[in-house]
Design a binder for this molecule. Structure first.
Ligand SMILES: *Cc1c(COP(=O)(O)O)cnc(C)c1O
Length: 223
C-alpha cells in the first residue's frame, strides 16, 4: 500500500548513516503530518510562519521544526517566540541574521541557523552568492552574534533534468562548506549541509549532504 507510512519507511531505508531527513510538510494538512509522526518522523519543515504557527499547537511537542522558506524580517519575532523552531535553514541575508540574533536575545532563547547559499542557475533574490558567503566568514562577521549559532549551509540545485548540472551545484555547495571550515577553524558545530529534495536527494547525499528536505516523495503533490 502506498501511503505516508510506507513511503516514510522506504525513504529512511535509502538514507546512509549520518544523513537526516526533514519531512517537508508545507501546504499539507496536520492529519498527514500526524501520519508521518506515527511512522517515526520528528523533523518537519515548513516555509511560511503563519502556517507553522498554526500547526505547532496541533502536534506533539517533541517535533523539531525547521523553517525552510524565505523569512521576512517582520515575522522573525513571531517565529522565535514559538520556541519550537530547532533550525532556521534559510538565512539569506546578513540583515536577517542580525534580526534573528536580536530577537533571540530579546526572547532569551538560542537560535540555530543555516546560511542559504545560491548556486543554482535560476535567478533569485534569495541566498548569498558563493563570494558573499565566503566574504561573510572571512570577515568573521559571525563573531559578534550573541544568541545565534550558525550550524552550516543550505542550498538548492538548479531546477533541471541535466544531472551533470545538478551534481555540479551540489559539489559547489559542499566545496563552499569546506572552504568556510578552512577559513574559520575556530567555528564550532559548523557541520550541517542541507541539500537535496525529492527529485535529487540521492545526488546530494553522494556529494556530502547531511540533511535532505523531502516533501513530495513523502506526502505526495502539494495542492
Ligand atoms: C518545498 C521545499 C522542499 C521540498 O521539495 P520537494 O520537491 O517537494 O521534495 C525542499 N526545500 C525547500 C527549501 C522547499 O521550499
Amino acid at each position: 500500500m502506498d501511503n505516508i507510512t510506507t513511503r516514510y519507511k522506504a525513504l529512511l531505508d535509502t538514507l546512509p548513516e549520518g544523513v537526516e531527513m526533514v519531512a517537508v510538510s508545507k501546504f499539507h494538512p496536520v492529519e498527514q503530518l500526524r501520519e508521518a509522526y506515527e511512522a517515526g518522523a520528528r523533523l518537519f519543515g515548513e516555509s511560511r510562519v503563519q502556517e507553522l504557527v498554526a500547526k505547532i499547537p496541533q502536534l506533539p511537542t517533541d517535533i523539531r521544526w525547521h523553517f525552510i522558506g524565505h523569512l521576512q524580517s517582520n515575522k522573525v519575532r513571531q517565529l522565535i517566540s514559538t520556541r519550537a523552531v530547532a533550525l532556521i535553514e534559510s538565512v539569506d541575508s546578513e540583515a536577517l541574521l542580525r534580526r534573528i540574533d536580536a530577537e533571540a536575545e530579546r526572547a532569551d532563547v538560542n537560535a540555530r541557523v543555516l546560511m542559504q547559499v545560491h548556486v543554482a542557475q535560476e535567478e533569485t533574490k534569495f541566498g548569498f552568492t558563493p563570494d558573499e558567503i565566503l566574504d561573510f566568514f572571512r570577515r568573521g562577521a559571525y563573531c559578534d552574534l550573541r544568541r545565534t549559532h550558525i550550524c552550516g549551509i543550505m542550498g538548492m540545485a538548479s531546477n533541471t533534468d541535466d544531472t551533470a548540472r545538478i551534481v555540479a551545484d551540489f559539489a559547489a555547495l559542499a566545496d563552499i562548506k569546506r572552504r568556510i571550515q578552512q577559513l574559520c577553524p575556530d567555528l564550532r558545530g559548523f557541520d550541517t549541509l542541507s541539500m537535496g529534495m525529492s527529485d535529487d536527494y540521492p545526488l546530494a547525499i553522494a556529494e556530502g549532504a547531511t540533511l535532505v528536505r523531502i516533501g513530495t516523495a513523502l506526502f505526495g503533490p502539494r495542492t
